[in-house]
Write a protein of this length. Sequence first.
Length: 295
Amino acid sequence: MSPFDLPPDLRSRLRRLSLTPRAAAVLNGDGHHASRNRGGAMEFAQYRAYERGDDLRRIDWKLYSRSDKFFVRDAERESPVAIWVVLDASASMGQTDLAKPSWTRFDAARRLTAAIIEVALQQGDRFGVIVAQAEGAIVLPPSSDSRHRDRIRLALSPLRPKGVPQWDRDLKLLGERIAPGDLTIFISDGFDDTCVAAAERLAASGRDVSFVQLLTGDERDFPFDRSLLFRDPESDIALAGDGRGLRADFLTRFAEARAALRARLEAKGARFVEHFSDRDPDQPIQDLSRPATRG
């Protein structure tokens, strides 16, 4: 299955989620962001087929009586809000689990990106993607057009994680492209300090920044029970060791490193959540939707 093919049960769960900006510039009087949201008492835009999870109050019963099919009324209003995904395409994003060697961390990042796009579409917000890669960033400017989802899919599908992005070089581009009122979501393993520093500096500039640290199930559980050669795909440094003997120390030190990363980013006002490549992407989106305070 492609990372962009979201199963029906996941789509149903995503329809119950939202991504809300914290910046005061995009808050209206009742505390909701001024997005191109569909529903309720706004100006009528179109009909569409009912999908499981839709608000039953939006069903047009008169149309049902004529067609014997369920349709809901969509409405919309304009908004400057854009949701940006900043996608790390470094070599370490190619890491896989022993149990699923064909599914990379980058595949999980693309699936999370697809899920975020689904939420943006249902909110009526614009969405764009910036891919940080060694040879230069790819910028897919934001749009609220549903066809933009297909354009992003076509652009991301052939990409393979490799090399080390130059985050110092790309920080100027991020600052120029991402408006102060936009939501910015970094998806990265968080192993590159310059990537973390870029997120920090963007948050310090007043941008609404979230950081999703994407880890593999093996990094979470360290299930290795035999001698292995562990290799860093970016530096090519290798370390031989006995998995069983290393497990306790690795899990302790890795937990400490993740806690330190969370504290570092939250101190700059960025939201921080963890996501694992062997889990569905609705949980980190739900975590991002919870209230958070700026540091």
